[in-house]
Design a protein around this ligand. Sequence first.
Ligand code: BG6
Length: 368
Amino acid sequence: EKDGYDWFMRKEIHEQPRAIADSMLGRRDASGALQLDEIRISEGELRDVDKIIVVACGTAFYAGLVAKYAIEHWTRIPCEVELAHEFRYRDPILTRDTLVVAISQSGETADTLMAIRHAREQRAKVLAICNTNGSTIPRESDAVIYTHAGPEIGVASTKGFMTQLVACYLLALYLAQVRGTRYGDEISSVVRELEKMPEHVQRVLDESGPVHELAAELRDAKSVLFLGRHTGYPIALEGALKLKELAYIHAEGFAAGELKHGPIALVEDQMPVFCVIPPQGRDFLHDKMVSGIQEVRARGARTIVLAEEDDDSVAPYADVLIRLPKVPTLLQPMVAVVPFQLFACELATQKGHDVDQPRNLAKSVTVE
Ligand code: BG6
């Protein structure tokens, strides 16, 4: 039941620290090496993989976009991400050495299922990341990583998405371990960072007050933009999707670098623009994002900025500042997505919408 929450979705958002911890449980053997469940693909076959294609729909597709950054960074295997319903119609190049990763909370999404059937007909290996034991997609796959979010009732995925991120990171690290592209120490240190994520996500939840005020303030917004770079880009897309799904507000996510190539024409006075700022690092990513905010603000946008807690450089350009715990760039999606989930849930509640059952949507779409 809802445990005192008004919506399953709100309950599920708050269950995320537990869901992450559960999805991390039992992933290391006595020596500290990563082990994943039901990997019926031999280590030799995994070493031969020369391309990874992630297929998924909706929110799961955005988890796939994050996975690409992690997989390519840690394994150096080229990785593409494709909407499952587009995949087989373009006659994708698949061989025995292609690993197709299907991400699906329900395990029953017809578009994703058809994509993996096509992949297997072409002799590619298929690995499923799934939250539902014994569902069709894992049954038809060569390997499965189960997420342990627990049943997700709200149609808009939250803890499902969060645990898909965990599984994607674990998969990337596992491949790096098997293929020897990263040292054991580095893998262990990322796993330790992942083990701290429940705490970080809990802090974001505990400090989410401003999100509620913001929802009241932006209730009548007609259109909202979300900007990010690197792993912040898929999170911008997810933030926009959540607003569309729940609040029925027009929202779009963009890679911030693309702004000047078109979307900046949309920016009007007082238009809300959410910006995900990458951790302060040695590369130029962070500074480039900061100049992106300056550009939209100069055109009258109202900026709502998500940035690391000790990042002082953004304050002058933020109308609203939401602080995120300090985490590695690749893992930032796990903390950055939380304010977006809460914001969409809260805004939809204030508008009187059914948050758990948004209009026109189904939890699992079993037709193509
Ligand atoms: C959609 C749901 O139809 O399917 C989304 O409404 C979900 O919330 C998408 O992200 C994919 O579902 P699944 O179960 O394959 O992850």
